[in-house]
Design a protein around this ligand. Structure first.
Ligand code: SF4
Length: 386
Protein backbone atom coordinates (compact mmCIF):
# COMPACT_ATOMS: atom_id res chain seq x y z
CA UNK A 1 0.00 0.00 0.00
CA UNK A 2 1.43 3.37 -0.93
CA UNK A 3 -1.41 5.86 -0.66
CA UNK A 4 -2.38 6.02 2.99
CA UNK A 5 -4.23 9.26 2.40
CA UNK A 6 -6.64 7.54 -0.01
CA UNK A 7 -7.35 5.01 2.70
CA UNK A 8 -7.85 7.77 5.28
CA UNK A 9 -10.25 9.56 2.92
CA UNK A 10 -12.26 6.37 2.57
CA UNK A 11 -12.34 6.01 6.36
CA UNK A 12 -13.58 9.60 6.64
CA UNK A 13 -16.22 8.69 4.08
CA UNK A 14 -17.43 5.89 6.35
CA UNK A 15 -15.66 2.86 4.86
CA UNK A 16 -13.58 0.79 7.25
CA UNK A 17 -10.32 -0.76 6.00
CA UNK A 18 -10.46 -4.40 4.96
CA UNK A 19 -8.52 -7.01 6.90
CA UNK A 20 -5.91 -7.03 4.11
CA UNK A 21 -5.56 -3.23 4.31
CA UNK A 22 -5.23 -3.46 8.09
CA UNK A 23 -2.40 -5.96 7.72
CA UNK A 24 -0.79 -3.73 5.07
CA UNK A 25 -0.80 -0.83 7.55
CA UNK A 26 1.18 -2.97 9.99
CA UNK A 27 3.69 -3.74 7.21
CA UNK A 28 4.42 -0.05 6.56
CA UNK A 29 8.14 0.38 5.86
CA UNK A 30 9.98 2.84 8.08
CA UNK A 31 10.52 5.16 5.11
CA UNK A 32 6.74 5.62 4.74
CA UNK A 33 5.96 5.97 8.42
CA UNK A 34 5.43 9.74 8.30
CA UNK A 35 3.03 9.36 5.34
CA UNK A 36 1.04 6.88 7.44
CA UNK A 37 1.07 9.14 10.50
CA UNK A 38 0.02 12.13 8.40
CA UNK A 39 -2.92 10.18 6.95
CA UNK A 40 -3.93 9.04 10.46
CA UNK A 41 -3.75 12.67 11.56
CA UNK A 42 -6.39 13.69 9.01
CA UNK A 43 -8.75 11.25 10.75
CA UNK A 44 -7.71 12.29 14.25
CA UNK A 45 -8.06 15.99 13.48
CA UNK A 46 -11.52 15.54 11.92
CA UNK A 47 -12.97 14.09 15.10
CA UNK A 48 -10.74 15.47 17.86
CA UNK A 49 -9.10 18.59 16.41
CA UNK A 50 -5.81 19.20 18.16
CA UNK A 51 -7.10 18.48 21.65
CA UNK A 52 -5.70 15.91 24.06
CA UNK A 53 -7.55 14.33 26.97
CA UNK A 54 -5.54 13.48 30.08
CA UNK A 55 -6.19 10.74 32.62
CA UNK A 56 -4.54 9.83 35.87
CA UNK A 57 -4.32 6.36 37.40
CA UNK A 58 -4.52 5.36 41.04
CA UNK A 59 -3.26 1.92 41.98
CA UNK A 60 -5.77 1.59 44.81
CA UNK A 61 -4.79 -1.99 45.74
CA UNK A 62 -1.45 -3.37 44.69
CA UNK A 63 0.00 -6.85 44.24
CA UNK A 64 -0.90 -10.27 45.67
CA UNK A 65 -3.13 -11.16 42.74
CA UNK A 66 -3.90 -14.86 42.24
CA UNK A 67 -4.17 -14.53 38.45
CA UNK A 68 -1.22 -15.33 36.20
CA UNK A 69 -1.26 -12.57 33.57
CA UNK A 70 2.27 -12.91 32.21
CA UNK A 71 2.72 -9.19 31.51
CA UNK A 72 1.75 -8.08 35.01
CA UNK A 73 4.14 -7.35 37.87
CA UNK A 74 1.30 -7.94 40.38
CA UNK A 75 0.49 -11.50 39.34
CA UNK A 76 0.94 -14.64 41.40
CA UNK A 77 3.84 -15.71 39.16
CA UNK A 78 5.71 -12.39 39.33
CA UNK A 79 8.80 -11.87 41.48
CA UNK A 80 8.99 -8.18 40.67
CA UNK A 81 9.81 -6.06 43.73
CA UNK A 82 6.65 -3.96 43.76
CA UNK A 83 4.68 -2.34 46.57
CA UNK A 84 1.97 -4.59 47.97
CA UNK A 85 -0.94 -3.09 49.92
CA UNK A 86 -4.63 -3.61 50.59
CA UNK A 87 -7.38 -1.32 49.30
CA UNK A 88 -6.70 2.34 50.05
CA UNK A 89 -9.14 4.29 52.19
CA UNK A 90 -11.78 6.55 50.58
CA UNK A 91 -9.76 9.52 51.88
CA UNK A 92 -6.68 8.36 49.94
CA UNK A 93 -8.82 7.88 46.85
CA UNK A 94 -10.16 11.40 47.33
CA UNK A 95 -6.62 12.79 47.61
CA UNK A 96 -5.78 11.09 44.31
CA UNK A 97 -8.81 12.66 42.67
CA UNK A 98 -7.71 16.12 43.80
CA UNK A 99 -4.24 15.48 42.32
CA UNK A 100 -5.83 14.31 39.08
CA UNK A 101 -7.94 17.47 38.79
CA UNK A 102 -4.87 19.63 39.46
CA UNK A 103 -3.05 17.80 36.66
CA UNK A 104 -5.93 18.72 34.27
CA UNK A 105 -7.01 15.11 34.03
CA UNK A 106 -10.56 14.76 32.76
CA UNK A 107 -10.78 11.26 34.12
CA UNK A 108 -9.51 9.61 37.27
CA UNK A 109 -8.97 5.86 36.98
CA UNK A 110 -9.23 3.76 40.15
CA UNK A 111 -7.54 0.40 39.62
CA UNK A 112 -7.22 -2.59 41.93
CA UNK A 113 -5.30 -5.84 41.56
CA UNK A 114 -7.11 -9.15 41.67
CA UNK A 115 -9.38 -11.39 39.64
CA UNK A 116 -12.55 -9.59 40.74
CA UNK A 117 -13.50 -7.29 43.61
CA UNK A 118 -14.87 -8.39 46.98
CA UNK A 119 -18.23 -6.93 48.02
CA UNK A 120 -16.43 -4.96 50.76
CA UNK A 121 -14.16 -3.45 48.09
CA UNK A 122 -17.10 -2.49 45.89
CA UNK A 123 -18.70 -0.84 48.94
CA UNK A 124 -15.53 1.06 49.86
CA UNK A 125 -14.87 2.21 46.30
CA UNK A 126 -18.51 3.24 45.90
CA UNK A 127 -18.26 5.32 49.05
CA UNK A 128 -15.12 7.02 47.72
CA UNK A 129 -16.70 7.66 44.33
CA UNK A 130 -19.74 9.32 45.94
CA UNK A 131 -17.48 11.64 47.94
CA UNK A 132 -15.34 12.47 44.91
CA UNK A 133 -18.39 13.19 42.76
CA UNK A 134 -19.79 15.50 45.41
CA UNK A 135 -16.62 17.55 45.54
CA UNK A 136 -14.73 17.36 42.25
CA UNK A 137 -15.97 17.72 38.67
CA UNK A 138 -14.08 14.77 37.23
CA UNK A 139 -15.07 11.62 35.39
CA UNK A 140 -14.35 8.35 37.12
CA UNK A 141 -13.27 5.11 35.54
CA UNK A 142 -12.82 1.91 37.55
CA UNK A 143 -10.71 -1.07 36.59
CA UNK A 144 -11.53 -3.74 39.14
CA UNK A 145 -11.13 -7.03 37.29
CA UNK A 146 -13.97 -9.32 36.31
CA UNK A 147 -17.42 -7.98 37.20
CA UNK A 148 -20.87 -9.52 37.28
CA UNK A 149 -24.06 -7.63 36.55
CA UNK A 150 -24.82 -6.81 40.19
CA UNK A 151 -21.34 -5.39 40.80
CA UNK A 152 -21.55 -3.29 37.65
CA UNK A 153 -24.94 -1.93 38.73
CA UNK A 154 -23.61 -1.01 42.17
CA UNK A 155 -20.75 0.92 40.62
CA UNK A 156 -23.08 2.71 38.24
CA UNK A 157 -25.36 3.66 41.14
CA UNK A 158 -22.37 5.11 43.02
CA UNK A 159 -21.61 7.46 40.13
CA UNK A 160 -18.85 5.59 38.27
CA UNK A 161 -18.85 6.78 34.66
CA UNK A 162 -16.73 4.18 32.92
CA UNK A 163 -15.32 0.69 33.40
CA UNK A 164 -11.94 -0.31 32.05
CA UNK A 165 -11.52 -3.92 31.10
CA UNK A 166 -9.09 -4.64 28.30
CA UNK A 167 -9.47 -7.48 25.85
CA UNK A 168 -5.66 -7.29 25.90
CA UNK A 169 -5.03 -9.34 22.76
CA UNK A 170 -6.73 -11.61 20.25
CA UNK A 171 -8.87 -14.51 21.38
CA UNK A 172 -6.38 -16.91 19.74
CA UNK A 173 -3.36 -15.44 21.56
CA UNK A 174 -5.04 -14.96 24.94
CA UNK A 175 -4.05 -18.43 26.30
CA UNK A 176 -0.42 -17.44 25.72
CA UNK A 177 -0.68 -14.51 28.12
CA UNK A 178 -2.98 -15.87 30.85
CA UNK A 179 -4.35 -19.24 31.96
CA UNK A 180 -6.47 -18.30 34.98
CA UNK A 181 -9.29 -16.58 33.13
CA UNK A 182 -10.51 -16.64 29.56
CA UNK A 183 -11.09 -14.17 26.79
CA UNK A 184 -14.79 -14.93 27.15
CA UNK A 185 -14.62 -13.92 30.85
CA UNK A 186 -13.37 -10.54 29.67
CA UNK A 187 -16.11 -10.18 27.08
CA UNK A 188 -18.70 -11.07 29.72
CA UNK A 189 -17.45 -8.33 32.04
CA UNK A 190 -17.74 -5.78 29.24
CA UNK A 191 -21.26 -7.03 28.52
CA UNK A 192 -22.29 -6.63 32.17
CA UNK A 193 -20.81 -3.14 32.36
CA UNK A 194 -22.59 -2.04 29.20
CA UNK A 195 -25.88 -3.51 30.42
CA UNK A 196 -25.52 -1.52 33.65
CA UNK A 197 -25.28 1.68 31.62
CA UNK A 198 -21.55 2.23 32.15
CA UNK A 199 -19.24 3.57 29.46
CA UNK A 200 -16.58 1.13 28.31
CA UNK A 201 -12.83 1.52 28.09
CA UNK A 202 -11.23 -1.50 26.46
CA UNK A 203 -8.00 -1.94 24.57
CA UNK A 204 -4.91 -4.05 24.62
CA UNK A 205 -1.26 -4.58 25.26
CA UNK A 206 1.12 -4.89 22.33
CA UNK A 207 4.60 -6.36 22.23
CA UNK A 208 3.81 -9.62 24.02
CA UNK A 209 4.82 -11.83 21.09
CA UNK A 210 1.55 -11.57 19.17
CA UNK A 211 1.46 -11.72 15.36
CA UNK A 212 0.12 -8.99 13.09
CA UNK A 213 -3.00 -11.14 12.64
CA UNK A 214 -3.58 -11.00 16.40
CA UNK A 215 -3.38 -7.20 16.42
CA UNK A 216 -5.89 -6.99 13.58
CA UNK A 217 -8.15 -9.51 15.35
CA UNK A 218 -8.01 -7.38 18.50
CA UNK A 219 -8.84 -4.21 16.57
CA UNK A 220 -11.75 -5.96 14.82
CA UNK A 221 -13.02 -7.52 18.06
CA UNK A 222 -13.10 -4.05 19.59
CA UNK A 223 -15.31 -2.93 16.72
CA UNK A 224 -17.87 -5.41 18.06
CA UNK A 225 -17.43 -4.15 21.64
CA UNK A 226 -17.66 -0.48 20.55
CA UNK A 227 -15.80 0.93 23.55
CA UNK A 228 -15.87 4.63 24.31
CA UNK A 229 -12.10 4.62 24.63
CA UNK A 230 -9.27 2.32 23.60
CA UNK A 231 -6.08 2.31 25.66
CA UNK A 232 -3.11 0.86 23.79
CA UNK A 233 -0.48 -0.30 26.23
CA UNK A 234 3.01 -0.99 24.94
CA UNK A 235 4.59 -3.76 26.96
CA UNK A 236 6.92 -2.50 29.65
CA UNK A 237 8.89 -5.68 30.34
CA UNK A 238 9.29 -5.93 34.09
CA UNK A 239 12.06 -8.09 35.54
CA UNK A 240 10.57 -10.98 37.49
CA UNK A 241 7.60 -11.48 35.14
CA UNK A 242 7.42 -14.12 32.39
CA UNK A 243 7.58 -11.32 29.80
CA UNK A 244 10.47 -9.56 31.51
CA UNK A 245 12.86 -10.41 28.67
CA UNK A 246 10.59 -9.46 25.77
CA UNK A 247 11.91 -6.77 23.51
CA UNK A 248 9.76 -6.84 20.38
CA UNK A 249 8.77 -3.20 20.11
CA UNK A 250 10.45 -0.31 18.35
CA UNK A 251 9.22 3.29 18.37
CA UNK A 252 8.20 2.95 14.71
CA UNK A 253 6.30 -0.26 15.41
CA UNK A 254 4.37 1.41 18.23
CA UNK A 255 3.40 4.35 16.02
CA UNK A 256 2.31 1.97 13.25
CA UNK A 257 0.08 0.05 15.66
CA UNK A 258 -1.46 3.29 16.94
CA UNK A 259 -2.21 4.19 13.30
CA UNK A 260 -3.88 0.82 12.73
CA UNK A 261 -6.28 1.47 15.59
CA UNK A 262 -6.96 5.06 14.43
CA UNK A 263 -7.87 3.80 10.94
CA UNK A 264 -10.16 1.10 12.36
CA UNK A 265 -11.63 3.26 15.15
CA UNK A 266 -11.74 6.74 13.66
CA UNK A 267 -14.12 8.31 16.17
CA UNK A 268 -13.03 6.50 19.33
CA UNK A 269 -10.82 8.05 21.99
CA UNK A 270 -7.47 6.30 21.55
CA UNK A 271 -4.96 6.49 24.38
CA UNK A 272 -1.23 5.98 24.03
CA UNK A 273 -1.20 4.22 27.39
CA UNK A 274 1.22 2.28 29.59
CA UNK A 275 4.76 1.91 28.29
CA UNK A 276 4.37 4.99 26.08
CA UNK A 277 7.51 6.72 27.28
CA UNK A 278 9.68 3.60 27.31
CA UNK A 279 8.67 2.27 23.90
CA UNK A 280 8.02 5.38 21.80
CA UNK A 281 11.14 7.03 23.20
CA UNK A 282 12.04 10.09 21.08
CA UNK A 283 9.03 9.52 18.80
CA UNK A 284 6.64 10.00 21.70
CA UNK A 285 5.45 13.46 20.55
CA UNK A 286 4.46 12.01 17.15
CA UNK A 287 1.88 9.83 18.91
CA UNK A 288 -0.16 13.00 19.41
CA UNK A 289 -0.85 13.03 15.66
CA UNK A 290 -2.65 9.70 16.05
CA UNK A 291 -3.84 9.32 19.64
CA UNK A 292 -5.99 11.91 21.40
CA UNK A 293 -5.54 10.73 24.97
CA UNK A 294 -2.62 10.21 27.40
CA UNK A 295 -1.94 9.23 30.98
CA UNK A 296 0.01 11.60 33.20
CA UNK A 297 2.15 10.95 36.27
CA UNK A 298 2.98 7.30 35.62
CA UNK A 299 1.23 3.97 35.71
CA UNK A 300 0.34 1.25 38.20
CA UNK A 301 3.83 -0.05 38.95
CA UNK A 302 5.96 1.66 36.31
CA UNK A 303 7.03 5.29 35.93
CA UNK A 304 5.90 7.83 33.35
CA UNK A 305 6.11 11.52 32.49
CA UNK A 306 5.00 13.99 35.15
CA UNK A 307 1.97 16.05 34.17
CA UNK A 308 3.97 19.27 33.70
CA UNK A 309 6.21 17.51 31.18
CA UNK A 310 3.16 16.12 29.38
CA UNK A 311 1.61 19.61 29.24
CA UNK A 312 4.89 20.94 27.81
CA UNK A 313 5.06 18.23 25.16
CA UNK A 314 1.47 18.89 24.13
CA UNK A 315 2.04 22.63 23.89
CA UNK A 316 5.35 22.24 22.04
CA UNK A 317 3.62 20.12 19.40
CA UNK A 318 0.85 22.67 18.88
CA UNK A 319 -1.85 20.65 20.64
CA UNK A 320 -3.95 21.67 23.64
CA UNK A 321 -5.11 19.89 26.74
CA UNK A 322 -8.87 19.57 26.71
CA UNK A 323 -9.89 20.94 30.07
CA UNK A 324 -13.64 20.76 29.50
CA UNK A 325 -14.90 18.95 32.55
CA UNK A 326 -18.27 17.32 32.99
CA UNK A 327 -20.98 19.41 34.59
CA UNK A 328 -20.62 18.93 38.32
CA UNK A 329 -23.11 16.29 39.32
CA UNK A 330 -23.77 14.98 42.74
CA UNK A 331 -23.64 11.23 43.10
CA UNK A 332 -26.96 9.53 42.27
CA UNK A 333 -27.58 8.54 45.89
CA UNK A 334 -27.21 12.17 47.06
CA UNK A 335 -29.64 13.25 44.38
CA UNK A 336 -32.05 10.55 45.51
CA UNK A 337 -31.85 11.75 49.11
CA UNK A 338 -32.50 15.36 48.01
CA UNK A 339 -35.41 14.17 45.93
CA UNK A 340 -37.02 12.31 48.85
CA UNK A 341 -36.61 15.32 51.20
CA UNK A 342 -38.07 17.77 48.69
CA UNK A 343 -40.94 15.45 47.86
CA UNK A 344 -41.78 15.22 51.55
CA UNK A 345 -41.69 19.02 51.92
CA UNK A 346 -43.70 19.43 48.75
CA UNK A 347 -46.49 17.16 49.88
CA UNK A 348 -46.42 18.10 53.58
CA UNK A 349 -46.15 21.83 52.99
CA UNK A 350 -49.90 22.44 53.13
CA UNK A 351 -49.91 21.00 56.64
CA UNK A 352 -47.09 23.22 57.88
CA UNK A 353 -48.99 26.48 58.15
CA UNK A 354 -52.37 27.34 59.56
CA UNK A 355 -53.21 29.14 56.36
CA UNK A 356 -52.07 26.11 54.45
CA UNK A 357 -54.31 23.83 56.48
CA UNK A 358 -57.26 26.12 55.84
CA UNK A 359 -56.46 26.24 52.16
CA UNK A 360 -55.92 22.54 52.01
CA UNK A 361 -59.23 21.86 53.75
CA UNK A 362 -61.21 24.43 51.82
CA UNK A 363 -59.62 23.52 48.52
CA UNK A 364 -58.56 27.19 48.01
CA UNK A 365 -54.97 28.27 47.94
CA UNK A 366 -53.86 31.77 48.77
CA UNK A 367 -51.55 33.53 46.34
CA UNK A 368 -48.54 33.25 48.68
CA UNK A 369 -49.12 29.62 49.25
CA UNK A 370 -49.46 29.06 45.49
CA UNK A 371 -46.19 30.94 44.81
CA UNK A 372 -44.22 29.01 47.39
CA UNK A 373 -45.70 25.74 46.28
CA UNK A 374 -44.82 26.55 42.68
CA UNK A 375 -41.24 27.33 43.66
CA UNK A 376 -40.98 24.02 45.50
CA UNK A 377 -42.37 22.29 42.41
CA UNK A 378 -39.74 24.01 40.28
CA UNK A 379 -36.91 22.94 42.64
CA UNK A 380 -38.25 19.40 42.58
CA UNK A 381 -38.11 19.37 38.78
CA UNK A 382 -34.50 20.64 38.89
CA UNK A 383 -33.46 17.84 41.23
CA UNK A 384 -35.20 15.24 39.09
CA UNK A 385 -33.47 16.61 35.99
CA UNK A 386 -30.01 16.64 37.62
S1 SF4 B 1 -5.84 -9.83 37.06
FE1 SF4 B 1 -4.98 -7.76 36.98
S2 SF4 B 1 -3.65 -7.56 38.79
FE2 SF4 B 1 -4.09 -9.74 38.49
S3 SF4 B 1 -2.35 -10.50 37.30
FE3 SF4 B 1 -3.97 -9.98 35.83
S4 SF4 B 1 -3.56 -7.84 35.24
FE4 SF4 B 1 -2.35 -8.26 37.11
Amino acid sequence: MTCYQDLADRVLGGTSPTRKEALDILATPQGQLLDLVNAAYTIRSRYFGNTVRLQMLLNAKSGACQEDCHYCSQSTISDAPIDRYALLSPEKMMEGARRAAEAKAQRYCIVISGRSPLQSEITQISSAVRKIKDEIPIQICCSLGLLNGEQASQLKAAGVDRINHNLNTSEAFHPSICSTHTYQDRLDTLKHARAAGLELCSGGIVGMGERDEDLVDLALALKEVQPDSIPLNMLYPVDGTPFGEKNDLTPARCLTILCLFRFLHPQTEIRAAGGREKNLRSLQPLALYVADSLFVDGYLTTPGLAHQEVWNMIEDMGFTVEVRLPRHRKSPSRNLLSLIIFRLIFFLFPLLSVEGVRSFCSGKRTQNFGTLHASLRERLSQIEAA
